[in-house]
Design a protein around this ligand. Structure first.
Ligand code: GLN
Length: 476
């Protein structure tokens, strides 16, 4: 199967392959792997039509720089004229009237959007089990979860159903499934990629992320979709470096790890030991690696779940059966229309979040929960900034465990929320973070390692991640 965009493009430009061939081979594989439940819709005919057009452009030498890239998009990213349902009944029939900025920029460079990928409902979850379309199976072991919420995106890339995928990451939803499925999962700094056309979960945390097989593809996609956007006032106007040209890495870094993260009682011992092996390797190659205590580590999950549920309860108030989406047809007054639509349209986990969020924002509890969590978020940001005064990057495991068995955590929300213990930090602080595959556990499942850098220092993050991936075989 295809390994990288550069390898694909070499063949395309040597006439050894056509974009149509590539699309057809992915379509075949998607068909064969339907049972993984990664795609919720495949844009089959359209993809073939576009491939033909791009093949002509290649012959005329005027194809975009992503010609040959076949990419899937998470079902919460809007693409004009196509459904975007965020894995929810409440949006099951919703067809987007506009494209997200990320999708527009991909298409402008001749990427082909092959279909919509399964995800947890409104991106709330860590196992892809809250989707209205059902769970995604892990391609390495079909009795295990794919991770979530971008489970379809990670499973599709891992199973070679597309070369790359867009996901969204509010607390780890790109990095955690990438870790579970043995692929690269990258969340840039908050504001690096426009959120225009991304269905909102928690707006001050949400970021579109990239799932790919290698850093070069990640970098090319990032430099294409990142940057200022008049349609999203939170999109940064910082210049976007040509990341893919800046992957040469020959610096000695100061690297921090969190001793208390490694003492986390849920952390699998093999994941811990292999992470420690990486530190040893890095020391032998001239880097400085130092363990420090992240004082606020225990507050990461509580602050995250207070603030994201608050933002979700506000964002999801728009789904009322009046303007768009599912409407309960048996209600005969406005209040029962709202109540019945929302009762029937949302799943259990989404309701739990809306209720929690409404509670923490309610008069009488607002200061005790919401204001307090905002203060904690600020303290976490300050402590993180201080760390980056002394260090270039932070390394942590991506997830405490490898992919768990389907059905085992879905009944216990707290256990599920603890899956995000290492990933929410980047979203609380807005810094970029990446999970790269580290290896295989003795149970046969892949797992990743997470690297975090200063806000907007994706350049260093990607170059360092590339260095680590290229040297991965030396790590064990
Ligand atoms: N698992 C986390 C949550 O449920 C993260 C989700 C995400 O990043 N979208 O909130």
């Amino acid at each position: 199967m295809h390994i990288s965009l550069s390898e694909i493009q070499k063949q395309l430009y040597n006439n050894k392959l056509s974009v149509e061939d590539i699309v057809n081979s992915y379509l075949k594989r998607i068909n064969k792997n339907k049972h993984l439940n990664a795609f919720v819709e495949v844009f089959e005919n359209e993809a073939i039509e576009q491939a033909k057009i791009i093949d002509v452009k290649i012959k005329q030498n005027n194809a975009g720089k992503l010609a040959g890239l076949v990419i899937g998009i998470k079902d919460n990213i809007c693409y004009k004229g196509h459904k975007a349902t965020a894995g929810s009944k409440i949006l099951k029939k919703f067809v987007s009237t506009y494209s997200s900025t990320a999708v527009k920029r991909l298409i402008n460079e001749d990427a082909i959007i092959i279909g919509r990928l399964n995800c947890d409902e409104f991106a709330m979850g860590s196992s892809n089990e809250t989707s209205i379309y059902g769970s995604v199976l892990n391609p390495f072991d079909e009795t295990k979860v794919s991770g979530g919420s971008s489970g379809g995106s990670a499973a599709a890339v891992a199973a070679d159903l597309c070369l790359a995928a867009l996901g969204s990451d509010t607390g780890g939803s790109v990095r955690q499934p990438a870790s579970f499925c043995g692929v690269v999962g990258f969340k840039p700094a908050y504001g690096r990629i426009s959120r225009y056309g991304l269905i909102a979960y928690a707006s001050s945390f949400d970021q579109i992320g990239i799932i790919a097989k290698n850093i070069n593809d990640t970098a090319i996609i990032l430099e294409t979709i990142a940057g200022n956007d008049d349609l999203d006032s939170t999109a940064s106007d910082k210049p976007v470096p040509k990341y893919s040209k800046l992957l040469q890495f020959n610096k000695n870094l100061k690297i921090a790890f969190f001793k208390n993260h490694l003492k986390n009682k849920n952390l699998d011992i093999e994941i811990k030991n292999k992470t420690l092996n990486v530190f040893d390797y890095l020391r032998t190659t001239g880097h400085t690696v130092k363990g420090i205590n992240f004082k606020l580590a225990d507050l990461l999950i509580p602050a995250y779940y207070v603030l994201t549920t608050a933002e979700a309860s506000s964002n999801l108030s728009r789904y009322d059966g009046v303007r768009f989406g599912y409407r309960d047809e048996n209600s005969n007054d406005l209040n029962s229309l709202y109540t019945n639509t929302r009762t029937k349209g949302f799943g259990k986990e989404v309701k739990r979040r809306i209720m929690t969020g409404t509670f923490v924002l309610s008069k009488g509890f607002y200061d005790e929960y919401y204001t307090k969590a905002q203060k904690v978020r600020r303290l976490i940001q300050n402590e993180t900034n201080n760390i980056f005064n002394d260090f270039d990057v932070i390394i942590t495991p991506t997830t405490p465990t490898t992919a768990f068995k389907l059905g085992t955590k879905i009944q216990n929300p707290v256990e599920m929320y603890l899956e995000d213990v290492f990933t929410v930090h980047a979203n609380l602080t807005g810094i970029p973070a990446i999970s790269i595959p580290l290896g295989k556990h003795s149970n046969g499942l892949p797992f990743g390692i997470q690297i975090l850098s200063k806000k907007f220092d994706e350049e260093l993050l990607l170059a360092f991640a590339d260095f680590l991936m290229r040297n991965n075989q030396k790590l064990f």
